[in-house]
Design a protein around this ligand. Structure first.
Ligand SMILES: Nc1nc2c(ncn2[C@@H]2O[C@H](COP(=O)(O)OP(=O)(O)OP(=O)(O)O)[C@@H](O)[C@H]2O)c(=O)[nH]1
Ligand SMILES: [Mg+2]
Length: 605
């Protein structure tokens, strides 16, 4: 049987180590060692001034615990059997500190008071008293503990004693029934140490103590607390001890208390030890379970909102990019179409203006004389037109590229403009062909003049014959000369007009050729730049798409890894929780305590 509960303790110690709680493992180990002693450790707890210290004094018939208003217990006093009376004050750190600070030997009756006095410096852990008493020789160890005040209802100093307790005595004086704080304290205490008894103290002061005792029993029953109530008077007991008055002793209630202790507790010391160790193991396991349960819940409802949000944001960005890419290409096409139309209009307008000037020029100018000069002028003007138009094309494309880049690659507006070619352009158009210029030589002038003078001579000769003059007379000769001169003049005018018309036609044809060849070159350049810009945008979009796809893949991998990690951790925790649940059930069975009405209190460190 003993090996079974030792196994439970060993397994609980092992579980503490597994779950990285060496502090809990150490406490259980100490408890295990303590269980191997054949002692019954009874801790007296209660609110201040309830008569805890005096209860121990009265039980032992010795003033080992400081009592009274000026002697509030601040450190525990452990009283156990010794062949001769002896007492020590154990420094902070307990037995481990013994090597450094040997326990101070003091008189047994002064130990508690001295320990309480020195406790103010924080260097005292407890007073240890040994007394040769028959009651103690049965293995009983009594522990007087500091009070649990309403201000600090679950003070750790008192509660720490319970961790090592086999049984608990709650001292509550008969002036009033058990308070809520006391019931709460007892409820917490039985979680750690299931064997408990309420000692109703100072019954000598309260005539109606029986009603109080009854009230306490009812309250305990209502609270589901398994503790009996034993009424006592330490004052009567101490007086009886001094005087040897048996009647007084019996009236003090102590014979019944001692009897109960012997019969119900000391006779079953091993069972009680097992129960309290089981309860402590159960609570320890509960402490191990709590953070695991919290982690299990956290793992199951792990917050992947951030990752999911990143995943959704990446998908949304991809969709937006797709939409933007189509929008940018449409805008580029629209801008280029506008540009082409504007460029064509500009070219047509500029060449028209040149032709108008050509027309005006050849109203008066004679191509025969000015053709070379005109050819240079026309060539110069057409070159200027081409350069201005091409320059405009490049500037407009630069503007379009920068405008689009503001949306495509914000902050790097020059990125797209970098695809534009420089302003050089190829030569185009043929040389201006000189129109055929009819020469009006001396022979032709003579011939034309003679033809005109012949008509004039004949016309005026015949007319003057009527007046009896010969056909050739001075008048007809004068008319012939005048007519001849006019014919030459008219012919020269007609020939000039023809030359001018031919020059215009030649200029017109040349300008048309220029319009055609340069127009094609300009359109080809615009198309090339358009394609380069389109490819530039596509490149940016592709790079961005690659980045987003890589980011989406990374988030997905992270999500998958996270969910795998969580599933694995959840399995691990579940396994650990199952193991701890089994161990807790074994510890509960060992403690015989299946109460769950009171929430377990966290054990003090
Ligand atoms: N009349 C009477 N007085 C008692 C009895 N028990 C204790 N007292 C008195 O009650 C007062 C408090 O007793 P303590 O034993 O010091 O009480 P405590 O619970 O140890 O007090 P703290 O150490 O402060 O928590 C003292 O003055 C005692 O003399 C009793 O049975 N009858
Ligand atoms: Mg006290």
């Amino acid at each position: 049987m003993a090996s079974q509960w030792l196994d439970v303790l060993d397994d609980a110690i092992q579980a503490c180590s597994t779950h990285h709680r060496p502090d809990l493992a150490h406490r259980l180990r100490e408890r295990r060692m303590q269980l191997l002693d054949a002692t019954l450790r009874v801790v007296v707890i209660g609110e201040t001034g309830q008569g805890k210290s005096q209860l121990i004094n009265a039980l032992l018939g010795a003033s080992v615990c400081a009592v009274g208003d000026g002697h509030t217990t601040t450190v525990p006093t452990v009283v156990e059997h010794g062949e001769t009376p002896a007492a020590t004050i154990v420094g902070a750190g307990g037995t481990r500190a013994l090597e450094a600070t040997p326990p101070q030997q003091v008189a047994p009756e002064a130990a508690s008071a001295e320990a309480n006095r020195q406790a103010a410096s924080g260097t005292v852990e407890r007073a240890h008293v040994r007394l040769p008493r028959a009651l103690l020789s049965t293995g009983l160890v009594l522990v007087d503990s500091p009070p649990i005040t309403p201000a600090v209802p679950h003070g750790d100093d008192a509660f720490a004693q319970l961790v090592q307790a086999d049984a608990v005595l709650l001292a509550s004086d008969a002036t009033s029934e058990l308070s809520t704080t006391e019931l709460d304290l007892l409820g917490q205490a039985v979680q750690v140490c299931p064997t408990a008894m309420v000692v109703l103290t100072k019954i000598d002061l309260v005539p109606r103590w029986r009603r109080v005792a009854e009230g306490n029993r009812n309250r305990l029953a209502r609270a589901g607390l398994p503790a009996s109530v034993v009424p006592v008077s330490a004052s009567l007991r101490l007086a009886a001890t001094r005087t040897g008055d048996r009647g007084l002793n019996s009236e003090s209630g102590f014979p019944e208390l001692v009897g109960t202790l012997r019969r119900d507790w000391l006779a079953k010391a091993e069972l009680l030890g097992r129960r309290s160790a089981g309860a402590l193991a159960g609570l320890t396991i509960e402490q191990l379970t709590k953070p695991l349960r919290a982690e299990y819940t956290a793992v199951q409802h792990a917050d992947t909102a951030d990752l999911n949000a990143r995943w959704q944001a990446t998908s949304r960005h991809l969709e937006e990019l797709q939409r933007d890419a189509a929008h940018w290409q449409t805008r580029l096409s629209d801008e280029v179409a506008d540009l082409m139309s504007d460029l064509e209009f500009d070219l047509r307008d500029r060449t028209r203006r040149i032709l108008r000037e050509v027309d005006t020029y050849f109203d008066t100018a004679d191509p025969a004389r000015t053709w070379d000069e005109f050819e240079d002028w026309l060539q110069e003007n057409l070159t200027a037109v081409a350069e201005q138009n091409f320059g405009w094309l490049l500037r407009r494309f630069d503007w379009i590229a920068r405008k689009l880049a503001r949306q495509v690659v914000p902050g790097q507006t020059g990125t797209l403009a970098a695809v534009l070619p420089d302003s050089t352009r190829g030569e185009h158009g043929e040389d201006l062909r000189k129109p055929t210029v009819e020469r009006f030589g001396i022979g032709q002038k003579l011939f034309v003049g003679m033809r005109g003078s012949y008509g004039g001579l004949l016309m005026f000769g015949l007319a003057t014959t009527v007046a009896g003059l010969p056909l050739i007379n001075p008048i007809s000769l004068g008319a012939g000369a005048a007519f001849g001169a006019k014919s030459v003049f008219d012919e020269r005018g007609a020939r000039l007009k023809r030359r001018q018309a031919a020059a215009r036609t030649a200029a017109q044809r040349h300008v048309d050729d220029f319009f055609l060849s340069y127009g094609k070159e300009s359109k080809d350049a615009a198309r090339r730049i358009h394609r380069a810009l389109r490819d530039g945008i596509n490149g940016v979009v592709q790079r961005r798409r690659d980045e987003l796809t890589a980011a989406a893949r990374a988030v997905k991998e992270e999500l998958d890894a996270e969910s795998t990690r969580r599933a694995r951790r959840a399995r691990e925790i579940k396994g650990a929780l199952d193991e701890l649940a089994t161990l807790r059930a074994r510890a509960r069975a060992m403690s015989g305590n299946t109460r769950t009405a009171v929430a377990p209190r966290a054990l003090p460190a």
